[in-house]
Design a protein around this ligand. Structure first.
Ligand SMILES: Nc1nc2c(c(=O)[nH]1)N[C@H]1C(S)=C(S)[C@@H](COP(=O)(O)OP(=O)(O)OC[C@H]3O[C@@H](n4cnc5c(=O)[nH]c(N)nc54)[C@H](O)[C@@H]3O)O[C@H]1N2
Ligand SMILES: Nc1nc2c(c(=O)[nH]1)N[C@H]1C(S)=C(S)[C@@H](COP(=O)(O)OP(=O)(O)OC[C@H]3O[C@@H](n4cnc5c(=O)[nH]c(N)nc54)[C@H](O)[C@@H]3O)O[C@H]1N2
Ligand SMILES: [Mo]
Length: 760
């Protein structure tokens, strides 16, 4: 009998009763991801946490003991009851002594698919049941966008759901101009579970219909070959200057769509003096931008003319806003699209992310799936998620966020379930200094990740393969009965079982469990959703039928869509959710914040580190740290599939032949990539697909520092810059980073990232 499971990479099938179980892609998926096929690989078991484990000094001397030894001393394995007693007592002590605002429970991370065993929902629900915790807002993905977009065009979720569908692009678009490609490697995933993979087929259909593609940026291997894209090499973090120059040229040609600007936007007249240089004396001409971006000024002129003449859509990868002043890239892209005046027309306008995830451009309806209620958080404090190190190092300090001044709380306990800060955060050496501040750090994870190794208490959790759940992601088109495939590994328990046992010790069991076990929760969440969907005209089978059949296909609910179509037809009747109801080229709200690094309209700001900086020396290179093709962040890095993408067991650093030659480096050489923040080893991969002056290391290699702090495995986050995008959004700015590359100074050691820590 065919059964199913859902993962971030897609839906997979297996045969019930077959041993060992083999996963295969959903048979109707036109372009399945191979990542998820490897979820059951035995190699992964080597780095599983077997039993609850307590850091030796913490167990012997109590909370706060020798925090500098986190990650450097053995763990003592204990029985569950012992571990749970310790955790419950410590939570009671910390909340009693310092209050709940001393617990950081933001717990950022992707965890795994499945609506009930969603680690973040579980940890938040549990911490709320005991009085609350300091939360985080936004995401690493879209830190700048989450704050700027609602001011200028709409919420991230609303805009994502409204993206023009691929079929409309294939039919109507003539010119697709993308900043940062449309990387099919990224569209393998969707948080909560991709359904049918449609980015590859979507691009193919466009190419077959004769759409012309222009790819602007430092890399050229981020768009399918069949698109035959023209590559315009542009220095990293300078896209805004290029967009401004295109806009200047359009105005100078008298081709901006005044009627559209009048009807559907506000503030163009306040932006125009900046564009023309009337307020700062610098006209944003193609010659001006050429100096900054490295793009030939005559190509900027012709690009501007091509864009106004054809049905054109402008697309921006999310990475462009994961950089210093990342707010400006989305703002300027939307401003440029507004000036061209095709927003709301089929195949025209803009996309803030065709490529980053599978869902954008999906024809499926936006329906909220089964959810586990998180309860009420009594603690008002929060941080923008990427400001964790700042918070730990500066309790009581004031920071700005979306126009308001806030204070960093004083954190004594960190609780993390479903994320890996030693994967995702920037400047890991700085994080390591901050990580010594709390008295206690508790991590739930199936694996001995770098974060679990740096905890005081590491609790072993089941994987999605080891439990029953419901798979659903909005606009992915399927509800999936996720059947348990294998029994829990060693002593692993689900996050739910762990929190239920803790709640029992802390007297909040009734609030946390509401008297339900796993099956009761699945039924409850499903039936609750079924009732809501029914009211929206969507019929689903009852839970029992769903559980037996395995899949509900929501394709009949899907339809084609053009972003902002109704708004364009009648901005008064269908206003946007911005303060003015229109696209805000000038935002009175943002201007009223009086920020030095985010003004009332899009502006080119120099990033802290970039190739054009006065301080940038000849041997410095711009480091991009993009998403890995063969895994999701740090997940499944130990699988043979991920290993096959490495050279000599290390992540690759992609480099232009001229840069390699200048350093005497050959293909597959081991090198040290370094700057004032950190050092890592990587294997050189020489390619013409990356422009001179730029190198790239994908994220996700498990952090593996030696005693001198040199990461042996190729983790770019030892190098990246840990500053906010600006005082508006305080997002992650990982793509703003200069490095140097040299031959290793000492004999290189083999990485050993997947070994568990010493256990007693
Ligand atoms: N330099 C640089 N850094 C970046 C980025 C970049 O572009 N450049 N990108 C950033 C972005 S966009 C993101 S989203 C982040 C991603 O960062 P994370 O989301 O933190 O990375 P993951 O590796 O997905 O971590 C998920 C963890 O959850 C664990 N897990 C899986 N299932 C369960 C479960 O059921 N329960 C529990 N308790 N744990 C589970 C996994 O084993 C894994 O350790 O990285 C960010 N970091
Ligand atoms: N396989 C896989 N897929 C994933 C993920 C994963 O870990 N693995 N992570 C998922 C997550 S959480 C997210 S948020 C999305 C992220 O999606 P994105 O942020 O869009 O992805 P990236 O791969 O970081 O960057 C996309 C491209 O932007 C280019 N780029 C970088 N900086 C610049 C710049 O300054 N200018 C220009 N023009 N181009 C630039 C890079 O060359 C890269 O090819 O991906 C998702 N998809
Ligand atoms: Mo992300």
């Amino acid at each position: 009998m065919t059964r199913y499971t859902a993962s971030h990479w897609g839906i997979y099938e297996f045969d019930e009763g077959e041993t060992p179980t083999k996963l295969r892609p959903l048979r109707t998926d036109p372009d399945p991801s191979m990542i998820g096929v490897h979820q059951l690989d035995p190699k992964l078991l080597e780095s599983r946490i077997r039993r609850p484990a307590i850091r030796k000094s913490w167990l012997e001397y109590g909370p706060g003991a020798r925090p500098e030894l986190r990650g450097r001393e053995p763990f003592v394995e204990v029985e569950w009851d012992h571990a749970l007693d310790l955790v419950a007592a410590e939570l009671a002590r910390v909340t009693g002594e310092y209050g709940n605002s001393s617990i950081f429970g933001g717990s950022y991370g992707w965890a795994s698919a499945g609506r009930f065993h969603h680690a973040q929902s579980q940890v938040h629900r549990f911490l709320n049941s005991i009085g609350g915790y300091v939360r985080h807002t936004g995401s690493y993905s879209l830190g700048a966008a989450h704050v700027i977009l609602p001011h200028i065009a709409g919420t991230v979720d609303g805009l994502s759901a409204d993206h023009t569908t691929w079929d409309i692009l294939a039919e109507h678009t003539k010119l697709f101009v993308t900043f940062g490609g449309v990387p099919a490697k990224n569209a393998q995933s969707s948080p909560g579970g991709a359904g049918h993979h449609r980015v590859g087929p979507g691009l193919k259909a466009m190419a077959e219909n004769g759409v012309r593609f222009i790819n602007i940026g430092p890399c050229n291997d981020n768009i399918a070959e069949e698109c035959n894209a023209e590559w315009i090499r542009c220095r990293p973090n300078t896209d805004v200057a290029l967009m401004l120059a295109v806009a200047w040229q359009i105005v100078s040609d008298g081709k901006h769509d005044c009627a559209f600007l009048d009807r559907c936007t506000v503030g163009f007249e306040k932006f125009l003096p900046y564009l023309l240089g009337e307020d700062d004396g610098v006209a944003k001409t193609p010659a001006w931008a050429a100096e900054i971006t490295g793009v030939d000024p005559s190509r900027i002129v012709s690009l501007a003319r091509e864009m106004v003449e054809a049905r054109t859509i402008i697309n921006v990868a999310w990475s462009l806003q994961r950089a210093h002043h990342g707010e400006q890239t989305f703002w300027m892209a939307i401003t440029l699209a507004a000036m061209i005046g095709q927003i709301g027309l089929p195949g025209g306008g803009f996309g803030v992310g065709y490529g980053p995830m599978n869902a954008n451009g999906s024809p499926h309806r936006r329906l909220s799936g089964p959810t586990l209620s998180q309860g009420h958080n009594a603690v008002p404090d929060y941080i923008p998620c990427a400001r964790i190190t700042d918070m730990l190092l500066n309790p009581g300090a004031v920071f700005m966020h979306d126009g308001a001044a806030r204070t960093y709380p004083d954190i004594h306990l960190i609780y993390w379930a479903g994320g890996n800060p030693y994967h995702h955060h920037q400047d890991l050496n700085r994080l390591s200094r901050a990580w010594q501040k709390p008295q206690t750090i508790i991590v739930h994870d199936p694996f001995w990740t770098a974060s679990a190794k740096r905890a005081d208490i590491a609790l072993p959790v089941t994987t999605a393969m080891e439990r029953d759940d419901i798979g659903y992601a909005t606009q992915e088109g399927f509800l999936v009965a996720m059947r348990q495939i294998v029994k829990p590994f060693c002593d692993a328990r689900s996050d739910y079982e762990i929190f239920a046992a803790l709640a029992a010790r802390m007297g909040t069991e009734k609030i946390f469990t509401e008297g339900r076990n796993e099956q009761a929760w699945l039924t409850h969440m499903y039936e609750n959703m079924r009732e809501r969907w029914k009211q929206n005209g969507v019929e689903c089978p009852d839970f029992k039928t769903f559980w037996t059949d395995g899949l509900v296909d929501l394709t009949p609910e899907s339809s084609s869509r053009t972003m902002f179509e109704a708004f364009r037809q009648s901005p008064a009747e269908h206003p946007l959710t911005t303060p003015s109801g229109r696209i805000e080229i000038f935002s009175e709200t943002i201007a009223s914040f009086n920020l030095p690094d985010c003004k009332g309209h899009p502006v080119w700001f120099e990033p802290r580190e970039w190739l054009g900086a006065a301080k940038c020396e000849a041997d410095e290179l711009h480091l991009l740290s993009d998403q890995p093709a063969r895994k999701l962040h740090s997940q499944l890095d130990a699988s043979p599939y991920s290993a096959a993408g490495k050279i000599n067991g290390r992540e690759c650093v992609y480099m232009n032949p001229a840069d390699a030659a200048a350093r005497g480096l050959a293909h597959h050489d081991t090198v040290e990539v370094w700057n004032g923040r950190g050092r890592c080893l990587a294997s050189v991969s020489i390619t013409e697909e990356i422009m001179q002056g730029v190198v790239r290391i994908a994220t996700g290699a498990w952090y593996d520092p030696d005693e001198t702090g040199l990461d042996l495995h190729g983790n770019p986050n030892v190098l990246t810059l840990d500053i906010g995008t600006s005082s508006l959004a305080q997002g992650c700015a990982a793509q703003t980073c200069l490095v140097r590359v040299r031959k290793p100074l000492t004999q290189v050691k083999a990485p050993n990232p997947f070994n568990p820590p010493p256990l007693i």
